[in-house]
Write a protein that binds this ligand. Sequence first.
Ligand code: SAM
Length: 452
Amino acid sequence: MKYGTPVSGTISSVSPEGPGVFEKDGRTFAVRFAVPGDQVDGTFRRRDKKTLFLDAQVTSPSSDRVTPRCPFAGRCGGCAWQQMDYPAQLEWKRRLVHQALGDHIGSPLPPVEPSPDIFYYRNRMDYVFGTDGTLGLKEPEKWWSVLDLTDCHLLSPETPRILAEVRVWAKRHGLTFWNGRSGTGLLRYLMIREGKHTGERLLNLVTSAEPLPDDAAHDLVARLSPLATSIVHGVQPKITDLSLAETFRVLHGSLELHEKLTDHAFAIHPNSFFQTNTKGAEQIVHTLRGIFGADRTEQALLDLYCGVGALGINLADRFKTVRGIEVDADAIALAQKNAAANDIGNATFEAAKVEDVVTRPGAALAEQMSTSDAVILDPPRAGLHPRVVKTLVASGPADAVYVSCNYRMLARELPEILTAYRIASIRLVDLFPHTPHVETVVHLQRTSKRGT
Ligand SMILES: C[S@@+](CC[C@H](N)C(=O)[O-])C[C@H]1O[C@@H](n2cnc3c(N)ncnc32)[C@H](O)[C@@H]1O
């Protein structure tokens, strides 16, 4: 098809990445920020594998289309679906998971459990500086275009004020902005983390070099300390798209943010993973506590990909022992500290790659999978390493709970896992309103003998 060719149609579904899609003349067309039921008139702009992307206008809106709260919705990469009514978002997430898991699940999927909050639900945002001094989030498909957000409904009502103060501060001190292509410029990210239950807020200004000029550092603290309990300066000199920093300097408060998950307290390092929707993560904890009933106090739980211990610590009272494994050594140090702070004496944590630990021959930890009674698998979006799937199938415990933030990887891994397990239950929990993401919690029960 030639660029600019006119195409019109009615959006009939969504793609896993978020755009609305429809089929016409044997082709799949996609329109960003379109809602199923929208009639659209557009022109062909770009091909991505088999999907043809259109630039399109909505000529007749879907009954599921709503007026978004945020003036940047429809352009900003932070919310793909804010213009879709929330119940419709939940149903489309359910259908996407159903399409992916299809044949493996047998029975229909339950409805997606809604997020307790659908605005200001996140406890962390990584706002990025544009090369021209803008500060906000990127437009989809335009890595160079950072929207200068004067509003954002993901983190908290104070966000616009914080972003505005930082912009004024950067200008006043004549600071430069990171350009990932040339590897030049100073200011890269403003990460904001909040304890939704503790009221703490940590700002992490990530730059490419240190130090910040002294007067600029003092002025930053003067401007932002009324809005933040901690302000830190992280330095990341490498060319990377991540907001992780290699070194930190505390300018105000402390390097750690504190948050509660149910009745347990957690210290979180700026670089550490922590579930981004606190109240939604509490639903996951309740789901796990429901799966692991009260009669397990003689049993051992293995918490794989444990982060700062959020899940294992919340389940420690149900088990005789909890063992957590996680690649990030800073997160493990905090998991140990968090266990102690919560008076939990039966949990231990080790810094290692799960795929090395579960299979390392002769090592004491190689026995962990085969000697545990239950395992939680909560991997990153890349899913489980093939060695982990193999070890689970060969010697995994009676109960395994897979907490998946990427159902497409789960769908790839399930056929092999189901040679040794059956699905006892599936719960879908929405941790990310206004995005196509959904958390899938699968309780697996072993059907074959270990070691077979
Ligand atoms: C989805 S998070 C889950 C964290 C934790 N279960 C929680 O609920 O807070 C995935 C975690 O896996 C860790 N990770 C990534 N790759 C890993 C690997 N190969 N081995 C061990 N941990 C890994 C990440 O650092 C991250 O903390």
